[in-house]
Design a binder for this molecule. Structure first.
Ligand code: ADP
Length: 454
């Protein structure tokens, strides 16, 4: 088909031109043939010939009308004169559109076959979470049936509270791991991909096996840590007794025993951190949902920073937001880790600033320091267990290498995340983000209270 408008007009004119020429020709031939007898006979003959042409055209208009009511490719009529071109054009257009339609159907069928063969479950849902389509894996994972459940709300069919909360939360940055109530032996990872304004894809993945291995690892670490705690407490106690012994130890022995005490304390800290980390990992959400007084918490963290710094740094606490929702103990431990890192990695004379920052995705507790900073290539790995830029500095300052891993887990459990900005040699800013749903709005007059707290 010619898509150019000038071409289309030219094509139409050529059809009309042929039809007009034919009419003129019939008229002239009839008048000429009749005029041989008399001019009146000529005119009559012309009228009869034009009438015959009108009948032919009316017949074809009728054929066209009948075809349009049921436009099947194989039923396109054949025509005479200009109608032959009209019908041929219609045939070509119809054949192209049928071919395009078939290609679309084939593509859709191929897409469905491909998605059906995926080991992941895929459910297409509309904005009201009503099922439009799903593959057999999703039927197996979620206990739904496409034929019976198409058009029903997914959250009415899979009623597990964590699943319903996740789908309705509309914050899908992190996947959800859950055990369906209907199949507790299964562990599913659920992700939601919004691929059109009006459509989303719920993807489910069977992670039962990797979850089993992970849980074995967690249990092993937790058990070993637990088993080591008791002997270590005993060793620590005896070391302390030795240090306080009477008569006192000579200097060399005292030095050796002090080193033993230092190492025992370090190991105890490591064990405590390992136990905390494995308890954080064993559950996706905090058990409690306290309303945490952010003003008091920030003040406490400021005092802690001053105590750790022992006057070597300047500690600035900026006005805080009012409150956040979550586990007070977990948030306290995560923010405390950021504060202690800032002190440990900032040379004396530096400044540590604690503040809260609001953003479109929620609010962040920020710790800014003017310390040694971290080179860009390390930034993405800092939250890995035992990842340290400088191992000896971390050890010398009493680090376990688990602090930021704990921070990351606590924030993940609160649907937040850690953002790190740093310039080597000039300092770092660690921002612990919490989502809007966990941050209380600033009340009128809240700024006054914040200023007092600061
Ligand atoms: P560690 O106990 O070693 O401090 P963390 O998990 O708390 O373990 O931190 C991991 C690594 O990140 C640290 O070893 C250090 O290299 C780097 N780091 C953390 N906080 C800071 C900071 N405020 N400034 C510079 N480096 C930091």
């Amino acid at each position: 088909m010619d898509e150019n408008p000038v071409g289309v007009v030219r094509q139409r004119l050529s059809v009309v031109r042929t039809a007009l020429l034919r009419i003129v020709l019939v008229f002239v031939v009839a008048v000429a043939a009749g005029a041989a007898i008399s001019p009146v006979v000529g005119l009559w003959l012309a009228v009869l010939a034009l009438g015959a042409l009108l009948v032919v055209h009316t017949y074809y208009v009728g054929l066209l009308g009948a075809w349009i009511d049921n436009p099947r490719l194989e039923d396109i009529p054949t025509g005479w004169g200009a109608w032959a071109r009209v019908f041929a054009g219609l045939y070509r257009a119809r054949r192209t559109s049928e071919r395009d339609r078939q290609r679309l159907l084939d593509n859709e069928e191929r897409f469905r076959r491909t998605v059906s063969a995926l080991p992941e479950g895929v459910v297409l849902v509309d904005p009201a979470l009503q099922i439009e389509w799903c593959n057999p894996t999703a039927e197996r994972h979620l206990g739904i049936a496409l034929l019976a459940d198409q058009g029903l709300r997914l959250t009415n069919l899979v009623r597990d509270p964590t699943f319903v909360d996740y789908l309705t939360s509309r914050s899908y940055a992190q996947p959800l791991n859950f055990r369906p109530l209907a199949k507790p032996s299964l562990v599913l990872e659920v992700m939601v991909v919004e691929f059109e304004p009006a459509r989303s894809m719920v993807i489910t993945r069977d992670i039962t096996e990797s979850e089993r291995v992970d849980s074995m690892r967690r249990d092993f670490v937790a058990n070993v840590s637990h088993e080591m705690r008791t002997p270590l407490t005993v060793i620590g106690g005896f070391v302390e007794t030795l240090l306080d012994s009477d008569p006192p130890l000579d200097d060399i022995r005292r030095h050796h025993v002090s080193l033993m005490q230092e190492q025992a304390t370090r190991m105890m800290r490591l064990i405590e951190d390992l136990l905390l980390l494995s308890s954080l990992e064993s559950d996706q959400r905090p058990r409690v949902d306290d309303v945490v007084d952010a003003v008091a918490l920030t003040r406490e963290l400021g005092d802690e920073a001053r105590a750790l710094s022992k006057g070597r740094h300047q500690v600035v606490v900026e006005p805080s937001i009012v409150a956040v929702r979550g586990s007070r103990d977990e948030l306290r431990s995560a923010f405390g880790n950021l504060v202690s890192n800032a002190i440990r990695y900032t040379p004396p004379g530096g400044t540590i600033t604690l503040r809260w920052r609001r953003g479109p995705q929620g609010a962040a507790f920020e710790v800014e320091d003017t310390g040694i900073g971290v080179a860009a290539e390390h930034l993405t790995r800092l939250t890995e267990r035992f990842y340290r830029v400088d191992k000896s500095r971390s050890r010398d300052t009493g680090g376990t290498g688990l602090g930021l891993a704990i921070v990351k887990h606590v924030l993940l459990r609160h649907q937040g995340g850690l953002e790190i900005r740093s310039t080597p040699g000039s300092g770092s800013t660690f921002s612990a983000w919490l989502p809007t749903g966990r941050v209380a709005p600033d009340p009128v007059g809240g700024a006054q209270r914040e200023r007092e707290a600061a």
